[in-house]
Design a protein around this ligand. Sequence first.
Ligand code: NCD
Length: 306
Amino acid sequence: MRSLIDILDFTVEELEQLIAVACDIIENPDKYSEKCKGKKLATLFFEPSTRTRLSFEAAMYELGGNVIGFSEAKSSSAAKGESVADTAKVISCYADIIAMRHPKEGAAYVAAKNATVPVINAGDGGHCHPTQTLADLLTIYREKGRFSNITVGLCGDLKFGRTVHSLINALSRYSGVKFILISPEELKIPSYVKKDILEKGNVPFVETTDLESAMPELDILYMTRVQRERFFNEEDYLRLKDSYILTPDKLLNAKKDLAILHPLPRVNEISVAIDSDPRACYFKQVLNGKYMRMALILKLLEEAKR
Ligand code: NCD
């Protein structure tokens, strides 16, 4: 059974096919409005979410399907001690496809091993978040028209920010991609990402604490929130939370065609004064996420038939 647990579960060609389908959905929404008639998506969210859960729900409704699920662990049987493996087996009896978010790294993998329907990882702890990467990729594609030969600045909490880990994985497969990893010392990219993806793949990257000096080089600036819920103590969070705040003056040296992305939710990382700058793409990114999730649901349900 085909699932999406890690972005590398899909080849570059498959990701590009998803982008092509998403673009076709944008052009011809009516063609897709009954494609999932009679099908059910279960959204199992053991961790807070606005965008990802509602985006999955909107995606399924726009495909003519239905949605069941829960949005907090305490309203599910997890509160009684049920394992992820059992939950996955149970939900497979009700739904045709599962989207799951869980605070533990690897939880989606366990669910996929035990489910008899496709499982989509909607975020597993500080590990990865492949469907946010689908949103990011469609945004980069629509803004830049390419994935090769770009300099991508990733800024903020690169340690716990799962969206960053998945995006690095996805973009590392293209040629001419350079990463500038901008973070406080304590929130640097995990060593497994550095060693297993960047160094192993000979992908050029630089680590820095300085956003402003990196700015002129960037084609993409991907801002992230400091992940409060993954900190061991509140003091560290308070000390680091406002490490980077993007304000209009910081963009003075930026390229005219820079694309500013953020997976959202935003806390303080991007001043609202940037929202009206044509380079701000983060709300477009939200919409792109819905189209890519539609394309993904279609693909996995199609493959499950075979
Ligand atoms: C992200 C996440 O959950 O990792 N949110 C999202 O799904 N768009 C980013 C975040 O919470 O900071």
